[in-house]
Ligand binder design. Structure first.
Ligand code: GCU
Length: 345
């Protein structure tokens, strides 16, 4: 009895010295009760802080944290600047469960979820409005269903503007001007075929390899939107940016299907709402950032030019349609029809 009370006295004294939280934890752990620890979801993206997409994702993480319905159950560990790899590696990680979320371009996603490729077809969208109309329509729902089936649940589409060519040799005015140039492409068969159809040599590289490859001369140029041309400082080594606007390919914020299916309906709604709200913010930031990109690169001595005849580029990329369009059933036709409804197109 005396020995027992001695042991108890020691335990009480020991417990008193510990901070309250630790005591609570020990008691819970000993009682076998479950502790509802928050889940930490890694979200990967290639863009740097300050870029509209990165800022949209920061907001997404904040909105989730503030949502009372989630009660802090999911926290987002946002990894920007491609620290977890380029998009191909990111998508592989997502597929194997090493990360839970990503925001990527629809073009490389095509290698994992084929339907995504329809969004990367050249000259398919007349302008941004056409793209958003499609994504908000039944066609958009079908594309989203295809992505989900492939394991990537889309929560929101982010603006990635129109892609055009830039290089360090000459302005691209006619398709022939691309002949013989080594042009970096995303890891997407469609993008490779597009560049080949225009007579240039495609070099598939991750986004974060472009800067060095331009500087070393491993490539002569690349193709991307003006905001990326500026944020990644590609303009320092490729002074000619030519507005052929060959593709309007959105980025998409996706979550791994396995994780999504583990959530309650309320949690799914909370995630979707935060993603949609962040996309609205991202699109607002886009226009301003694009304008600043024009100013920065022009001040740095770069030349931005319009192409002579956009239709000549459209004609030149026909082989891409012959090879790829058939894979998407009637989607291409339905997307075109939605463009005809654009009031000022
Ligand atoms: C855009 C897009 C990125 C993509 C990049 C690329 O910047 O937003 O998601 O990685 O193009 O060309 O790889």
């Amino acid at each position: 009895m005396a020995a027992q009370s001695g042991r108890l006295g020691f335990l009480t004294r020991w417990l008193r010295r510990l901070p309250l939280a630790v005591v609570a934890f020990l008691l819970l752990a000993c009682s076998g009760a479950e502790i509802d620890a928050p889940e930490r979801w890694v979200l990967s993206n290639v863009h740097i802080k300050g870029y509209p997409t990165a800022e949209g994702l920061v907001r997404f993480a904040e909105l989730l944290g503030e949502d009372p319905k989630l009660e802090g159950r999911i926290t987002i560990d946002l990894q920007l600047g491609g620290v977890l790899g380029n998009e191909k590696e990111t998508l592989e990680k997502l597929r194997f469960g090493a990360i839970q979320m990503a925001c990527v371009s629809a073009a490389p996603l095509q290698e994992f979820a084929p339907v995504s490729g329809v969004l990367a077809l050249p000259f398919l969208f007349e302008n941004g409005e056409h793209l958003w109309r499609v994504l908000d329509s039944e066609v958009g729902d079908e594309i989203a269903a295809g992505l989900t089936e492939a394991g990537f649940v889309p929560l929101a589409w982010y603006d990635a503007g129109a892609r055009s060519f830039y290089n360090r040799v000459r302005p691209i005015v006619r398709p022939e001007d691309l002949r013989g140039l080594k042009i970096r492409v995303q890891r997407s068969e469609m993008m490779r075929d597009l560049v080949e159809a225009l007579g240039a040599s495609p070099v598939a590289l991750g986004f974060k390899q472009v800067y060095t490859s331009l500087h070393t001369g491993a490539i002569d140029g690349a193709e991307n939107n003006l905001p990326s041309y500026r944020s990644e400082r590609h303009f320092e080594a490729s002074r000619f940016y030519s507005l052929d606007r060959h593709a309007i390919v959105p980025d998409v914020l996706v979550v791994a299907r396995e994780r999504w299916q583990e959530l309650s309906t309320g949690e799914q709604i909370a995630l979707r709402n935060a993603a949609q709200a962040s996309a609205r913010i991202q699109r607002e930031l886009w226009a301003d950032y694009r304008q600043k990109a024009v100013e920065t690169v022009t001040e740095a001595g770069c030349r931005i030019n319009e192409v002579e005849d956009p239709d000549a580029f459209r004609r030149a990329v026909q082989p891409v349609y012959e090879k790829h369009a058939g894979r998407y059933g009637d989607l291409v036709e339905r997307i075109r029809k939605l463009g005809a409804a654009t009031p000022d197109s």
